[in-house]
Design a protein around this ligand. Structure first.
Ligand code: FAD
Length: 365
């Protein structure tokens, strides 16, 4: 069973594949042990947000390790309590159930993630839309199960009536931060950014403990700092977008940045001969149908990378390339062609690249 975490690459990246790789690690029994320590490394893993987290440290100060696994799990539990639409009593679930338009108190962290989500949402022309939850749930990619039949156009129209970034706003006052909606049944789904949010929080937790050499990941969102155990940079691989084995398409040195990948080739189901992915186009109300299959973004934070990757996925290859260049984003995209896959990277991405095994690697035209 490939662990996907050899010395060559410290982690293999592609959200669902990372889940797969983490499952491989979990199957090898890493999850049960409270944490693993060899002379130079410390490793903790576990389940969170319907996926897996991993914390790998190089040469950590002994003092910092005391109770660290517990602090990690407390931090993740707090993130879940704020953002999970899969649990009834969380802050975002309470907001989604609330049927009024009075501003509701939220945490600073929630204000940060939603403010960034609204900014990226506007920059992508609404392609990344955290109010898309009714459509995500209608197509069976949220807490509800998959529909037995293809949703009817009337159901799609009904769900689309309930979405739109213009209906949601974050209010900052001297007393705190608030979230307000002007549609009673607006439903906020932060699944697209929750992993990046949690990865950044794990990175901050490491810094607070005086740990300066770490790789933290939640699902396919990764943040690194300092050198790996071998005294070389942490290396993260972007997976070839195939259902088969875990195979590296490109390998990057993150240089202290965050990275996230959104893909349409793993989290999907087939119905009426069509492959329906979990990436929803708010404009059509349907899963995306174009040939862009994977977008990886490197940003100063994992949260920002996690927000951009889905929005660019929705836009499709041409529009996503244009926006990536306009916004000077470090982006690596893989598009399916009749001959296989074609990759493209923005100039900003090139500075992180250690190797690219793609057949047709195009830098921006
Ligand atoms: P990305 O590729 O980053 O984004 C796709 C996801 O974003 C979709 O699944 C959908 O939810 C949403 N989305 C789709 N289209 C758009 C769009 N146009 N704009 C914005 N968002 C869009 N899953 C479980 O199965 N069980 C759990 O208990 C569970 N708990 C969770 C708790 C939290 C706090 C969070 C944030 C998520 C949780 N999830 C859970 C969901 C899971 O972790 C992943 O978020 C989900 O599978 C999407 O994976 P991804 O990161 O690959 O998605």
């Amino acid at each position: 069973m490939p662990t996907g975490f050899g010395r060559e690459e410290d982690i293999k990246l592609s959200k669902p594949l990372a889940i797969l790789a983490c499952i491989a690690l979990l199957i090898s029994g890493c999850d049960e042990t409270p944490s693993q320590k060899t002379d130079d490394t410390w490793l903790a893993e576990g389940k969170t947000m319907g996926t897996f987290y991993r914390v790998k440290l190089a040469g950590p100060p002994q003092q910092a390790l005391i109770g660290l696994k517990q602090k990690i799990e407390q931090q993740l539990a707090q993130d879940n309590f704020e953002l999970s639409t899969y649990q009834h009593d969380t802050l975002i679930s309470q907001f989604n159930r609330y049927q009024g338009n009075t501003p509701q108190a939220i945490t600073t962290g929630m204000a940060d993630i939603i403010t960034l989500a609204l900014r990226i949402g506007h920059l992508t022309g609404g392609a990344m839309d955290i109010t898309v939850g009714p459509l995500v749930n209608l197509w069976g990619f949220g807490p509800d199960k998959q529909p037995g039949t293809m949703p009817a156009q009337q159901q799609i129209d009904e769900a689309r009536r309930r979405i739109g970034l213009r209906h949601l706003k974050v209010i900052q006052t001297a007393e705190g931060q608030w979230l307000q909606k002007d549609l009673p049944d607006l439903y906020v789904d932060l699944s697209t950014m929750g992993e990046g949010y949690a990865a950044d929080h794990l990175a901050s937790l490491m810094e607070k403990q005086g740990i300066t050499r770490y790789l933290v990941s939640v699902g396919g969102a990764v943040k690194v700092q300092g050198m790996s155990p071998g005294g070389v940079p942490w290396r993260v691989a972007i997976q070839k977008p195939t259902d088969e084995k875990l195979d590296a398409q490109a390998i990057v040195d993150l240089k202290g940045h965050g990275i996230s990948t959104s893909g349409s080739y793993r989290n999907y189901y087939e119905m009426d001969g069509k492959r329906l992915s979990h990436i929803i186009n708010p404009e059509t109300g349907r899963p995306i149908e174009h040939k862009l299959v994977s977008v990886t973004v490197i940003s100063p934070t994992a949260l920002e990378a996690d927000g951009w990757d889905t929005g660019l996925m929705v836009l499709g290859t041409e529009k996503a390339q244009k926006l990536a260049l306009e916004q000077s984003l470090a982006v690596y995209m893989i598009t399916k062609t009749d001959q296989g896959f074609r990759s493209w990277m923005s100039p900003q991405f090139r500075s992180f690249l250690l190797s690219d095994n793609s057949v047709q690697a195009l830098e921006h035209p």
